[in-house]
Design a binder for this molecule. Structure first.
Ligand code: PDD
Length: 278
């Protein structure tokens, strides 16, 4: 069976799915995206992803008329045609094809591209290593733009250091987030701390959902910045994203976190997130 992807109104074999070389996404990174988790054939938190997509579009003044219902239909069709049980959907909206000039084109139609792939999700995961790196991004990290070069460079540095994630550190010594995830720590009082939403992080949908879940479990979530030192001395560290779900971090640079084992809160939140999503 060939993998099927969606490009501007057409469902195509994945290897034939393409956009023009003058698409502004390709030339300028002029677009926004979402990654949606699929569990048991169902879209996880689609409404929240759609809301964030709309916000990102508004923030870059990209007019995109396709409705929530239509987008949902496209995503569901890709889940069916690609026989996905658990997987990930990638959707991207760019300002469309236009002769290369920096200013926004007057008459370009936005491009919508959607791909889907299966993934294997395990209820339990091993603790992973992360490294720290300087956050070199622009000041609007709250927009889920396809401009991800600093994130790619950070992730590459992680891979070259046998690490799963790069944790990005700002000039004031506080952690913003991971290259493609939000970071959380559990402190000595069993408070779960994650950075508050602002322009310096992408406000993760997994983060939003997990905050509600933590409440249900009577864990106290505090949303505030924390430093690398605090992270190193945490009882538990973990990252969240549509792809990582909840992934424990048991080593940061050369420091082992607590006893180096996956902590009970990280484990409980991961399994509870997966149960809730089913
Ligand atoms: N990235 N912060 C950054 C910089 C991210 O790229 C992501 C997700 C998150 C977590 O957001 P969410 O919980 O909504 O997935 C935080 C996606 C998965 C990616 O680029 O592949």
């Amino acid at each position: 069976m060939s993998r099927i992807s969606y490009v501007n109104g057409r469902y195509l074999p994945h290897n034939q799915a393409s956009v023009h070389i003058e698409d502004r996404g390709y030339q300028f990174g002029d677009g926004v995206y979402e990654v949606v988790l699929v569990l048991d054939k169902k879209l996880v938190d689609f409404a929240l992803h759609y809301k964030r997509l709309r916000r990102s579009l508004d923030e870059i003044s990209l007019v995109f008329d396709t409705t929530e219902t239509t987008i949902k239909q496209i995503l569901k069709r890709l889940i069916r045609s690609n026989l996905i049980n658990d997987g990930l959907i990638y959707m991207q909206v760019t300002r469309g094809v236009a002769e290369r000039a920096h200013q926004f084109p007057k008459n370009a139609a936005p491009s919508l591209v959607v791909t889907a792939k299966s993934i294997i999700i395990n209820a339990e995961v091993e603790g992973k290593k992360a490294i720290t790196t300087v956050d070199e991004r622009w000041e609007r990290r709250d927009i889920k733009t396809i401009n991800l070069l600093p994130n790619c460079i950070a992730k590459q540095k992680a891979i070259e250091n046998d690490a799963y994630e790069a944790i990005m550190v700002m000039e004031d010594g506080t952690i913003s987030e991971g290259a493609s995830s939000n970071l959380w720590m559990v402190n000595g009082d069993n408070q779960i701390i994650t950075r508050n939403a602002s322009n310096v992080i992408l406000n993760g949908i997994t983060k939003l959902a997990l905050t509600t879940l933590a409440d249900i479990h009577c864990y106290k979530v505090v949303e505030k910045p924390f430093t690398v030192d605090e992270a190193i001395n945490a009882k538990e560290l973990f990252v969240t994203s549509a792809t990582a779900i909840v992934t424990p971090i048991t080593q940061l640079n050369n420091h082992v976190i607590a006893d180096g084992k996956v902590g009970p809160i990280s484990a409980a939140l991961r399994s509870s997130y997966l149960e809730r999503a089913f």
